[in-house]
Design a protein around this ligand. Sequence first.
Ligand code: PRT
Ligand code: MG
Length: 212
Amino acid sequence: MITIALSKGRIFEETLPLLAAAGITPAEDPEASRKLIIGTNRDDVRLIIVRASDVPTYVEYGAADLGVAGRDVLIEHGGAGIYQPLDLEIAKCRLMVATRNGFDYDGAVRQGARLKIATKYVQQAREHFAAKGVHVDVIKLYGSMELAPLVGLADAIVDLVSTGGTLKANDLVAVEHIRDISSRLVVNQAALKLKEDRIQPMLEAFAGAIGQ
Ligand code: PRT
Ligand code: MG
């Protein structure tokens, strides 16, 4: 059996055409079903539905052979023991620093102010501000980061931006670009060796389908 870990929502949707290119069709739509293990048209392939940030953990421990995870999630996880053979170029966005519209971010940085940063991406936020030589207190949140500057929890957030609509709706502005993000195929290293005969053709099918 080959087990593929996916999260619901954009990653599942954008992975479907790649699975199709490898001849894999899910038996059910995870949005409509409460099942966490979903069969496919292939007897030897199943999907498991996990939180986006849990995909690397399932793959690292071999509970899933393959998975699809954002670069944001992979950097935060650390990527130990996980092979990342392909950038799938899906679920694209940008990791950015954002503040309230009107907050003088550049001024605060120039004056050497200590900034409060709310984020789910603690590791990447620390690295970004350390590289700039800016002192920060990082406040870990699990979601709705956009709220933090509006209620005085933080001076700025580090979050993903795609259309910019969420920032705009909350009167926030992006002030710094940290990195471009897309999702990658991740593979358990032992599985790649043990099940190479079935995993390798899948990798080739995914690679062939990217960007088409
Ligand atoms: O939702 P859940 O808490 O379960 O986890 P998750 O938010 O990590 O999962 P999901 O499915 O929302 O995102 C999975 C992956 O998609 C992320 O790890 C990213 O790599 C990628 N991705 C691409 C995004 C976005 N675009 C994105 N726009 N993930 C989140 N967002 C959020 C962002 O955090 C912000 O709140 O959408 C909002 C901004 O969107 P715009 O279009 O208004 O700018
Ligand atoms: Mg989400």
